[in-house]
Design a protein around this ligand. Structure first.
Ligand code: UGY
Ligand code: MN
Length: 249
């Protein structure tokens, strides 16, 4: 048995949180047979969405579809994740699953033993026809420079269609690249560092971050990232989008 003498890099604040792997709490849930889940972000901390990591211990035979009105986004980290509709996700494959109202019974997730994936859930804001299921892979997604900075490439995983109420992007930083300014916006973020690391400014704190770390950024939290080291840094980031402030729930 090892001990870390009560130390963790995790830090939960009123409007943001850093969630680091050594403090993940793995639980089982009746609707996810064969799996262990570490919920990192939830409405209990003030977020309007949930983000967790799901690991398939014995193989997930069939998880229950999301409750009515809840959309899901899956991002495969390891192994193979399958949807009832026939979609199979290899590492860096992703799927947006519209709320069940559209697909009848939602979409049932299964996974091979040893698979791991990121799971986002949120109350979908339908302002017209609900979009269909979308799936793809990071490798097949084109990137564009963020505001002209080709050291900071953004890959938008979902179509830029106003029917979607969220964005899921991969942000790619060359070593030394950074966000151009300290952003403040009412939209929230859920983030998972995929590669590399650097310094994340959240509110009045500056955090060293590395691959495997997760971050919640609440509404309006000042945010900035600078990439350090000799390798590229990448993160997956969720943002509520196409949702006017007064439509939030
Ligand atoms: O899309 C965004 O708001 C993004 N640039 N924010 C971030 O990386 N913290
Ligand atoms: Mn932002």
């Amino acid at each position: 048995m090892s001990t870390n003498f009560g130390m963790t890099r995790s830090d939960i604040q009123r409007n943001h949180a850093l969630l680091t792997p050594e403090s993940h709490e793995w639980i089982t849930q009746p609707d996810w047979p064969g799996a262990e889940l570490a919920w990192l972000i939830s409405p209990d901390m003030g977020a309007k969405f949930a983000m967790g990591i799901v690991r398939s211990t014995d193989g997930i035979p069939a998880a229950a579809p999301a409750p009515e009105g809840i959309a899901r986004f899956l991002f495969c980290l390891d192994g193979k994740v399958r949807l009832k509709s026939g979609v199979a996700l290899a590492p860096e494959g992703f799927a947006f699953i519209p709320p069940g109202a559209r697909t009848g019974d939602g979409d049932v997730v299964s996974a091979e033993p040893g698979s791991r994936f990121v799971l986002f859930e949120w109350h979908f804001l339908a302002r017209g026809p609900v979009p269909e299921l979308v799936s793809g892979s990071v490798a097949d997604t084109a990137g564009t420079p963020l505001r002209g900075d080709d050291w900071l490439m953004v890959q938008k995983l979902l179509p830029t269609d106003p029917a979607f109420d969220a964005e899921f992007n991969i942000m790619n930083f060359e070593p030394g690249a950074s966000l151009a300014y300290v952003e403040t916006h009412f939209m929230e973020h859920g983030l998972l560092m995929l590669d590399g690391g650097g310094i994340y400014r959240l509110d009045e704190r500056w955090y060293p971050v590395q691959a495997g770390d997760a971050i919640w950024m609440g509404p309006h939290v000042p945010q900035w990232f600078g990439a350090l080291g000799r390798q590229k840094s990448r993160y997956l980031i969720y943002k509520n989008y196409n949702r006017p402030p007064l439509s939030q729930r």
